[in-house]
Design a protein around this ligand. Structure first.
Ligand code: NAP
Length: 193
């Protein structure tokens, strides 16, 4: 079964962190232009996926369908306070089954972190939107992928067959650049593909 389009969204510091060491996203990573881009993107997908400590705070957040990744359930379970959400442990249930349990097997999906959740989908993104906040570093913070900073986010995306578009200035005055990393064309006839 093939699910719909899968998109990732992250804004990171120059050293590849998406939050500080206390798991808090500091104001230095918050930019109106990036938040508009993020909200517009999530408005266009059917299902949001994130870890237990992540969420987006947007006007339409309450109406979104979502999967919350956690090891506190064996496979798939009702969310305790949100009827549009399910708790999902990928060790116990396939992603396809979690989407089917939401009643949305063909859903388009927005993945919004954190590190392990972003990494879980590395082989499956159709596109990963990576925004970099200039002149911000968060040493010891939560990285966008677990292998950062040993590898850069860009090296990791490239290693998973994602190819960068030219950078887009979300806010030229602030030097805020977003790069869409898209899945490269599949090699036809390669064994196993
Ligand atoms: N800058 C950005 O773009 C961005 C993006 C995302 C998040 N953030 C920020 O980062 C902070 C949260 O980061 P976080 O590192 O705590 O990440 P998180 O991914 O939101 O939460 C981690 C939790 O998710 C669950 N989880 C993750 N991977 C799993 C897996 N493979 N299988 C089952 N469960 C899994 C686990 O929950 P259990 O403990 O319940 O098992 C884990 O403790 C927040 O401040 C958030 O605002 C920023």
């Amino acid at each position: 079964m093939r699910v719909g389009r899968i998109e990732g969204y992250a804004i990171v510091s120059e050293d590849g962190m998406l939050a500080d060491a206390a798991r808090v996203m500091p104001p230095s990573l918050m930019f109106e232009a990036d938040q508009r881009f993020f909200e517009h993107g999530l408005d266009a997908v059917d299902v949001i996926v994130h870890g237990r400590y992540s969420r987006e705070r947007q006007p339409r957040s309450a109406s979104r369908h979502r999967l919350v990744m956690t090891r506190r359930v064996p496979a798939i379970a009702a969310h305790p306070s949100n009827e549009r959400a399910l708790l999902w442990n990928p060790a116990g249930a396939l992603f396809e089954d979690a989407l089917a349990a939401l009643g949305m097997p063909d859903a388009s999906v927005g993945v919004i972190g954190g590190p392990e959740v972003f990494a879980f989908f590395l082989g499956r993104y159709d596109v990963f939107y990576l925004t970099r906040a200039p002149n911000v570093s968060l040493p010891g913070g939560r990285p966008v992928f677990p292998e950062v900073p040993v590898q850069t986010p860009e090296e990791i995306l490239a290693a998973h067959d994602l190819v960068p578009d030219p950078p887009v200035a979300l806010d030229a005055g602030k030097g805020l650049l977003m790069v869409a990393w898209r899945r490269g064309a599949k090699v036809i006839g390669r064994e196993g593909h």
